[in-house]
Design a protein around this ligand. Structure first.
Ligand code: KG4
Length: 355
């Protein structure tokens, strides 16, 4: 049984093909057009999706070694995301499925990130323990229930995953997402976009204790990152008054201190959630889960608090169609198909309920 999966929620156009839940191909076209603006420009994103979607789908089908007539279903990201971007993927999926006379499966983008740990590849290339030391999803997938820290450019959530379809958001950001805060601070420092990988690289050479930035005091499991962003900006302004080249002189220490602050904020709430729920299987997902500091903090917590941790492969941290495909596969098994008139949705309801 072959599924074509399509992801187009933000600025990556991605298509994947799975056979019986095993990933055969995963092709992603990223959009460099946003770099000069320091952030994603929605209208440019949807235009780029329009240009990319046909070649990306074509490449995914070819790399899987099949023809489109072999497909049994089309899974697509229905939301949340940028409406113009989503509409390209949703409309393409509808037309493609209709023309082949096969069912469609709508996938919640966030559920896709959370279930990325279940992606299996056709090639048994990965060892039980990767060079980074984390347990490999290929051999060791989480069992339900598990907690997932979902951290991306648009979301920062602690999710209790009861089953493939039943997920509960225990806490989430009340303002900016962690990735958004990193990207904005990187922009303030005059670094490129997206800031996450740049800050990550610089942070490895810096002192995480060099500078202190404000940490929020929010009740429960919710997060807040807007205060940190402001504190970062105001501190920089003051320091630049005394030394106009302050950023250049201290960029590694600034990046390391910023990264440490964000990781500390994320892990503090996660520790609370683990303590209160008693669930010690803890996963991380989303673009920010590529961050070395966060990955190290997970490994440290695994040792210190005896958590069983799940860290995705780098290629499945940022937006990709493989995660949409595996989520679509589980829905296919449940015969949970979408009707042709299902609209895209830009925002998520609190309990991840799509209907
Ligand atoms: O999941 P994703 O690809 O898109 C959304 O759905 O938002 O996440 C993108 C975010 C960006 O904010 C980017 O800066 C961040 O993930 N990111 C990182 C790293 N790689 C990507 N943040 C920190 N360290 C990284 N290595």
């Amino acid at each position: 049984m072959y599924i074509l999966a399509i992801e187009s929620s933000c600025d990556d156009t991605s298509a994947a093909v799975l056979r019986d839940g095993i990933l055969l191909s995963n092709v992603t076209a990223s959009q460099a057009v946003h770099e000069e603006y320091g952030g994603v420009v929605p209208e440019l994103a949807s235009r780029a999706h329009q240009q990319n979607i046909v070649p990306v789908v074509d490449a995914a089908i070819k790399r899987a070694g099949i023809v489109k007539e072999d497909l049994d279903a089309v899974a697509f990201t229905r939301g949340p995301g940028l409406m113009g971007s989503l509409l390209v993927g949703v409309s393409f999926a509808k037309g493609f499925a209709r023309s082949l006379g096969i069912p469609m499966i709508d996938v919640n983008h966030l559920q896709g990130h959370v279930l990325a740990h279940f992606i299996r590849e056709n090639k048994p290339t990965r060892l039980a323990h990767s060079p980074c030391g984390e347990l490999d999803a290929e051999d060791d997938v989480p069992t339900f229930p598990y907690l997932c820290l979902l951290v991306s450019g648009g979301n920062s959530q602690i999710v209790k995953v009861n089953s493939y379809q039943d997920m509960e958001i225990l806490g989430q950001t009340i303002d900016d997402a962690a990735g958004e805060a990193i990207d904005k601070c990187s922009k303030v420092m005059g670094l490129g976009y997206p800031g996450g990988p740049i800050i990550d690289k610089l942070a490895r050479q810096g002192n995480p204790e060099a500078f202190e930035f404000s940490k929020p005091d929010i009740a429960g499991y919710d997060y807040s990152f807007s205060g940190l962003k402001t504190s970062f900006l105001y501190h920089l302004r003051d320091w630049i008054k005394d030394d106009p080249d302050f950023i250049e002189h201290h960029k590694e220490d600034l990046a390391a201190s910023l990264e440490k602050t964000i990781v500390d904020i994320l892990m503090k709430k996660l520790r609370k959630a683990v303590k209160d729920t008693g669930i010690k299987q803890v996963a991380v997902a989303g673009g920010v889960s590529a961050n070395s500091g966060l990955r190290n903090a997970f490994r440290d917590h695994a040792k210190r608090y005896h958590w069983k941790i799940f860290i995705p492969k780098f290629s499945y941290t940022t937006d990709n169609a493989a995660m949409i495909g595996i989520t679509g596969y589980f829905k296919y098994l449940d015969k949970d198909f979408a009707s042709i008139d299902l609209p895209a949705y830009a925002r998520i309801s609190p309990n991840m309920d799509k209907k």
